[in-house]
Design a binder for this molecule. Structure first.
Ligand SMILES: [Zn+2]
Length: 367
């Protein structure tokens, strides 16, 4: 049937093969098996002289594993990191979160490793482990970067939970930075997140910076905290006051045992493939844009200052200061009101003492 054609798309096939080979990707042994499976697939695309590598990262009480490889541009040592986590929560197949993200990562590697496309950067591909344990793999990766590594990383692109959410969003630094605008101009079907600016909106969003500050945490976060610009592709529904994956309960599967192919086929279908392909071709088109290198290299200059005092405490101190000024102005006014109230009573008594008896009072004397 034509409606099932999406099941023959390479994106779908890769995600399906990955989940069937590695249905559980939680815990050290299962994670390592999944990293090994992905390494085999990655290395089929890479020259024998530069295969991918699995790095063990310790966090909490167990190890997690990052799989990475690099496509070298001999004319530069500046680079872009593209990442997707391959682990899943215990008891979930992690189809939306994040086998389709891994399929997108693999397809981007395939696109740039086997084609003759020019990208003005080295491209580093990372399949992160331990995301669901608290970004263990990505924090470990960033902790392992030298200052020079951080300086030469122009951008980190994170692909997580692309398909079950109602809409596809791009979280960059802000509602509108040059790099966000460039990506959005090339990715079909990207949604605009409602943008609520205001002092009372959100404790972290006083200036309405919005996008970086209020997103769900995923593997781009450690990079951003290290001063590296990020672009985070993530699906969901922000139309309500809070984030929901979907308005349809059947598509709210993240971190549950329902994040599987049965749910995908029943409630998402071809849209999963269309959307994932839009992300892949949108990223490739952005890389090919003649403005890309200039915009990408300037992205670091459009980062919001995340300094605690500036973004979080300073606006609150200003609000507190204004409240105190108002209070100081109100105290004398309140005193004045009090005084007027007392004088008002006194006036009433005084006027009774000195009031003239009216005609009726006078005539009653005669009776
Ligand atoms: Zn995820």
């Amino acid at each position: 049937a034509a409606s099932a054609d999406y099941k023959n798309d390479p994106i779908y096939l890769f995600a399906k093969q990955f989940v069937e080979a590695c249905p559980n990707r939680s815990g050290e042994i299962a994670e390592k098996a999944a990293a090994d499976w992905l390494k085999t697939r990655f290395d089929e695309l890479l020259p024998e002289t530069s295969p991918s590598a699995i790095d063990r990262v310790s966090g909490y009480d167990r190890a997690v594993f990052n799989l990475s490889c690099k496509l070298d541009n001999p004319n530069t040592d500046r680079r872009i990191i593209i990442g997707a986590h391959y682990d899943a929560v215990s008891g979930s197949n992690g189809v939306g979160d994040n086998a389709f993200g891994v399929a997108a990562l693999y397809t981007l590697l395939k696109t740039f490793a086997t084609g003759s496309r020019f990208v003005p950067y080295d491209l580093v591909f990372v399949a992160f482990g331990g995301e669901e344990l608290g970004l263990v793999g990505s924090y470990g990766y960033v902790n392992g970067m030298s200052e020079a590594d951080k300086q030469r990383t122009a951008l980190m692109i994170n692909l997580d939970s692309l398909v079950f959410g109602d809409k596809l969003y791009l979280h960059c630094e802000n509602k509108s930075t040059d790099i966000a605008d460039l990506f959005k101009s090339h990715v079909d079907g990207i949604a605009e997140k409602p943008y609520r600016k205001g002092v009372m909106t959100n404790g972290y969003d006083v200036y309405g910076y919005g996008y970086y500050e209020t997103i769900q945490g995923s593997d781009h976060t450690p990079f951003r905290l290290a001063g590296i610009p990020v672009a985070f592709f993530f699906s969901g529904n922000y139309d309500g006051m809070a984030y929901a994956e979907s308005a349809n309960a059947n598509r709210c599967v993240m971190n549950t045992s329902s994040d599987n192919f049965a749910s995908l086929d029943n409630f998402v279908g071809a849209e999963a493939v269309t959307r994932t392909n839009a992300v892949i071709s949108g990223i490739a088109a952005t890389f090919a844009d003649s403005d890309f290198a200039a915009v990408c290299d300037n992205a670091v200059n459009q980062l919001v200052n995340l300094n605690l005092v500036y973004t979080r405490l300073y606006p609150k101190l200003v609000a507190l200061g204004l409240s105190l000024v108002c209070l100081l102005l109100l105290v004398p006014y309140y005193r004045k009101l009090q005084k007027r109230a007392i004088m008002g009573t006194a006036e009433a008594k005084t006027s009774r003492v000195f009031s003239q008896p009216d005609a009726e009072d006078i005539f009653t004397f005669d009776k």
